[in-house]
Design a protein around this ligand. Sequence first.
Ligand code: GLN
Length: 475
Amino acid sequence: MRSYHSLSAVQSDLRENKLSIAELVRYYLGRIEQHKHLNAFLEVYGEEALQKAESLDKKFKEGKAGKLAGMVIAIKDNLCYRNHRVSASSKILEGFTSLYSATVVERLLKEDAIIIGRTNCDEFAMGSSNENSAYGNVLHPMDTTRVPGGSSGGSAAAVAAELCLAALGTDTGGSIRQPASLCGVIGLKPSYGRVSRYGAVAYASSFDQIGPIARSMEDIAIITEVMSGADEYDSTLSSKPVPAYSKELNTDVSKVKVAYIRDCLEKKGLDPEIKARVSEVIEKLKAAGHTVEAVDFPYLDYLVPVYYVLTTAEASSNLARYDGVHYGYRSKNATDLESTYKLSRTEGFGAEVRRRIMLGTFVLSAGYYDAYYSKGQKVRRLLQEKTFALLKKYDFLILPTTPGTAFKIGQNTADPIAMYLEDIFTVQAPITGIPAISLPMGKHSNGLPFGVQVMASRFEESKLFAFSNYLMENY
Ligand code: GLN
């Protein structure tokens, strides 16, 4: 079977009877089996997906199928799907079955997407390499000695290895865009308040967003269109109408204003080839008549610290619910209530999650709240104001997604700070709530892909998609 990189190609072959959805599902199931060693999936819903495909084939022929008929999609293992397991790749949720579906899952199913399985990730979405999963590493599809990135590493690897057409991830500080960059696929973090978080396992609620990973801008646009918009179960959502993103991809972007932050490109640790590629795109944009200017943003060094102060605080509160009583894992060595809490949490959570809970509890503690948490909030506000001011003058900000290409398994595990610096270019968007996308526009001389990142004002996804489409096609 030929390989498919967009839903429209699938649907056109369906229409011409060159393909059936059942064949497509069988094809992906076969590839998942062949690529088992990547450990991208924690569970595959083979039977169920095939059954659904057969009934959908009929529906498609009758012209009654939804917008996403033929979309074979994987979901990250921190999204609830009724009567299916969800573990956030943690031992503490081992064996837990969802009682309801996330809003995004409901909306995808309503448009006839087929969910083919749940993908491996860093435990509770905390990590940049998938090495924090309780269920083993995910391997990079192009070099199995390397990481696929994280935390949505299983989702990015699955799309890159063509184990499904698209996948959902969550992004709190880069978890969709960073693995997309390292695996050579597109990853979008929508604006905060665009996509419902209901049914996503919470990490840091004022940062978390669900978004798609795919190979074409068309697919990114249509999945976002289906998932977005008000939801009575998530009060942080905007009631702004959702544009038909998939129909606006060819909006004219012939004269746009783009800025790049000078210090981003001068950042120590940025791979020279990534710097060169971003600079090349900038020069080409100028040559094509766009306004592209260097701007100062002397706050880059605050981004990663603010992110880790605030997200760990929110995590310590969100993860308090895993107490050995309500959900999942309970220690067998416990003898009373207190030891149930202590032992279940100590045994159930992995090292990185424990580190973040402790850090977050510390920054929220009475003696240090003002010094860390309140201060962090103030700096977040400042970063928001400065970023919004830039986006008032410019349509887009352009920057690298990651400082390097996929690194070796184990390379950053001894030093959490080195791992946290992986997030340097991706945390600005979730700190400020703006949308950001990683486009697979780079190929390193080491043979590995890397992304170019674009950010826009909040709720300007339509413009962001059109510009991304233009960049992907012309640059
Ligand atoms: N890599 C970042 C972290 O470890 C981002 C995680 C995320 O976006 N969920 O927290």
